[in-house]
Ligand binder design. Sequence first.
Ligand SMILES: [Zn+2]
Length: 600
Amino acid sequence: MADDAVIKQVKEANDIVAVVGGYVALRPAGGTFKGLCPFHKDSRPSFDVDPRRQRFRCWSCGKYGDVISFVQEFDRVDFREALELLARRAGISLENESASPQARGRALMLDTVRWAAERYHRCLLEAPLGETARKYVGERGITGETVRRFGLGFAPPSGDWLIREAAPGKIDFDLLEKVGLIAKRQEGNGYYDRFRDRVMFPIRDRRGQPVGFGGRILPTSPLAERAPKYYNSAETALFRKSECLYGLDVARQPGTAAGYLAVVEGYTDVLMAHQLGIPQVVAPMGTALNERHVQQLRAFVPRVVLVFDADAGGETGADRALRIFASQNVDLAVATLPEGMDPCDLLVQRGPEPFLSALTHAVDALEFKLNQVLEREGAGGVEGRRRAVDAILNVLALTPAMPDQDGAIKRDLIISRIAQRLALQEENLRGRLRELSSQRRDDERPQRPRVEETAQPETKRVKPQPEELQLLRLLLADPSLIPDAAAEVTLDMLQHPRVRQVIGEMYALHSAGESCSVDQLRVRIDDAHLTEIVLKQHDIGRKITDRPVRMRELLAVFREKHHIEPRTREIKNQLHAAGDHDQAVELLRQLQNQRVGLEP
Ligand SMILES: [Zn+2]
């Protein structure tokens, strides 16, 4: 277990504004920094980062914590992993025993991918073997600077190049297999390289750490006939293809400055845009843009511009864009390129201006869909307009609305814009949408309802009793009060499951003679939601003055509630049932003693 001193060192070396600022665009506001909350669909900057107290807080969804819990929540890792990430960020080396096996495994995989990226990169830059690849990259118009910036590499064709590089005991074959770079031969033993004769594009996470690779086969390769043109390294704990955005590590800062991020299709589109001075460009990994992508982009920018090739942006592309536009708190726009050109061709052939102009003239996804259907149906005829309306409302009927007030407002705006463009009554449109939605619901009834990713566990809704909360605050702020509390308040006296769990851990740490600091506690409980409660109540507790006095008062409340009240009730019941005078007098005397707090 990492001790308090190490955790403290890691926290001090990672200023919360700098760390959070790497994920979320922050602007100074008074003594704090404000940004869009990355944990809910935020429309106004509700997210506050306080450098003095080293805490973040969302005024809208209530998320709260310190730099470690931020990383835990954002990267969905456990406490130890978050600690490791922050330690690595600050150049602090943690003893290996301090890491969970999961975090150690992850760190080893990261090291392995980084090692391989470095080897491939060297090979492309300087190895004689890399000559053909260098020529190919040059012919595509990619400069040496871009090659270095994006860490491009080359995997030679031999089939055992990487294995030989790793062989002098440098890198564990098991790990190379685990990150998807080599595989076991089917017959006999030994391994082979999975990437052969390919230009290697390291895929980095948003912090710039390589987590996987995309490889493009050289067009001149003898393997090109039967092998796929592009090939990705395997899905691993590090590399989730459906969530990755190529180029996000280098695009996020320029994106924040530009106010938007553009989404293109391929690696070379990203490279070329960047090379020609349009760095706010990313690409998904061979999948269409999905909600998870949008949420990541939303952490940096309010606006996302989807770039369609004129021929590829057909019906499904437009519908998907409209669905994301209607269901997510994002300003999603669509940019169309001249017929038959992908961004890379356009940039190489005509320079940056036409591409940049397409980005700045992007129209929002609703406008794009409206233009598309009106072009097809024409706005004149009654029947054409009816089909146009249904084409759009059918997409909306399939789309879950955003749950909050923002969602209702966005729906309203969408409906009123459609009404305007098609010269129809809003009321009629709403009626038709309800009709289509209920048809959809009937169609889909057997399916299970979609579960919101952000749904909180049930227990959050049950509030703890005030005295339980107060006890938690006092103990967190002042662990020296634990013995007094433990002597009076047993765990079965605590009703709220989470409060009981935290206080139980504190009692346990104390009786084991260990430190009861908040950091030790969070290592032990290792639950993001519970950690949030602990941090929040700890901070409130530290503001309470006269804590020993408050504790004495609080313990009296517990005594009253758990010993005196039940006993009093019992005596009263007996009194009602008492048959003779003497017995009643005795019970009344006991009741009096109860009231003044004496034991009977
Ligand atoms: Zn929030």
